[in-house]
Each structure stands twice: as structure tokens, then as C-alpha cells.
Design a protein around this ligand. Structure first.
Ligand SMILES: *[C@@H]1O[C@H](CO)[C@@H](O)[C@H](O)[C@H]1NC(C)=O
Length: 226
């Protein structure tokens, strides 16, 4: 009787494991690039955001309700994923390009960050033409916090975003929490409501500036309400 030497069985076993692992890895990468594993999104309601407690960056004993930001003239608000992230810096400066038009409309531009560490916020400020506030409870990243972990690094879209921001000369660091995804909101005055809600689908998924500006134009200013 012909007997397969044990070492051959071992080699065959290793091969099948490797082929299996490769197959799983390929399947994993393909799946990771679909929207299948993307964090689900729950839209924020105005009532939810209004109550968010924000703090001044300079003096974190100064607390206020987020509603104050849009009560009179509405607001465009960026929920920054991570101030040290070069993708967020890129998004911040593209949003800041709208600043002259927003000024004309009388609509303020604000940003919120999750945490205050070292000089991260000061280092981010040059990229962003608006005031920044601290959202320690991460309300603007909720109601359901959406996380993208290492999955983000095998998504083609994310690499394309990396490439775009990198070519544009942005750089950053690795300080701070950066897995909870951010976004951009355009909120009307008073109880007008949320006019645009852009949730970052993956790292570096930028808001559509045309849409942001269109939404900002719909904001009713308090002194114009008849
Ligand atoms: C951006 O928004 C505008 C206005 O809503 C829309 O016409 C345009 O197709 C959008 N662009 C992209 C790339 O989605």
C-alpha cells in the first residue's frame, strides 16, 4: 500500500490553509470595499442636537447648549473627526472656502471637536475659518456613534482620499481619537431644522460644498422672518 508521507500531508495541509486564507483575505478586501460593513447611520434630530452641551475651548468651565450656535442665524457646523488628521484638515480648509459666501449670507461657520489634547486644536485652527468648541459627549457624532476601525485602511476610497489630501500637501499627526466618524451639518435658525446632514461614510469622505452652500441659502435669518 502506498502511503503518503506525513510531511507531504503536512505540506498539503499548509497549502490548503494558505489558499483558504488568501481566499478569505481577498473576499474580505472585496467586502470591505462595498458599503456592507459601513457603520449604520441614524439621523440626528434637531431636539437631540439642540441639547448638546458644548464647551469653550479657551475656558472649558464655560458651557452652553448647542442651540445657541444656530438660534439666530443658523449655522454650518463641522464635526471634526480628529484635528490632527490630514484628511480632516483638508476638509476643514475646503469648507472654509465657503466662508466669504457664508459671511455674505450672515451664516456662521463653526466646528466641534471631541477632545482637547496638547496643542492639537491650536494646530488645527489655521485650516478652519470658524470658531471651534468642545463636544466632549460627542453628541454631534451621534446619536449612534459610528466607528470605522482598521477596515478603513483597506478601502480603496479611503486610499484615494489619502492620496488627494497628500498631493494637496496636507500633513498631520496621530494624536487623539480618530475612529468615530464626523460630518457636516447645516442647521437653520430657530426651529427651522437640519437642512443638511453629511455623515462621513469613511475616512476623508468630504461634504459636497455646492450642497452645503445651497442649504445655507435656505436659512431664514431671524430678522427676516415675517
Ligand atoms: C453636489 O450637490 C449639488 C447640489 O445639490 C448636486 O447638483 C451635485 O450633483 C452634487 N455633486 C456631487 C459630486 O455629488
Amino acid at each position: 500500500m502506498w502511503v503518503v508521507p506525513e510531511s507531504d500531508i503536512f505540506t498539503m495541509g499548509l497549502w490548503s490553509i494558505s489558499v483558504g486564507a488568501l481566499g478569505a483575505a481577498v473576499a474580505g478586501i472585496i467586502l470591505a470595499n462595498t458599503d456592507y460593513f459601513l457603520p449604520t447611520m441614524e439621523k440626528a434630530t434637531l431636539e437631540y442636537l439642540e441639547d448638546a452641551e458644548l464647551k469653550s475651548i479657551a475656558d472649558d468651565s464655560r458651557k452652553f447648549k448647542a442651540k445657541d450656535l444656530w438660534e439666530k442665524n443658523g449655522a454650518v457646523i463641522m464635526a471634526v473627526r480628529r484635528p490632527g488628521c490630514f484628511l480632516c484638515r483638508e476638509e476643514a480648509s475646503s469648507l472654509s472656502q465657503l466662508k466669504p459666501e457664508l459671511d455674505q449670507l450672515g451664516v456662521p461657520l463653526y466646528g466641534v471637536v471631541k477632545e482637547k489634547i496638547g496643542t492639537e486644536i491650536e494646530a488645527f485652527q489655521p485650516y478652519f475659518k470658524g470658531d471651534l468648541f468642545l463636544d466632549e459627549k460627542k453628541c454631534f457624532y451621534g446619536p449612534q456613534k459610528r466607528k470605522m476601525m482598521y477596515l478603513g485602511f483597506i478601502r480603496l476610497g479611503v486610499w484615494q482620499n489619502f492620496r488627494r489630501a497628500w498631493k494637496a500637501g496636507y500633513d498631520g499627526n496621530l494624536e487623539g481619537e480618530g475612529f468615530i466618524l464626523g460630518g457636516v451639518f447645516v442647521i437653520g435658525s430657530g426651529n427651522q431644522g437640519i437642512l443638511l446632514e453629511h455623515r462621513e461614510k469613511e475616512f476623508g469622505d468630504k461634504a459636497n460644498l455646492t450642497a452645503v452652500l445651497e442649504a445655507a441659502k435656505k436659512i431664514k435669518r431671524k430678522n427676516e422672518v415675517h
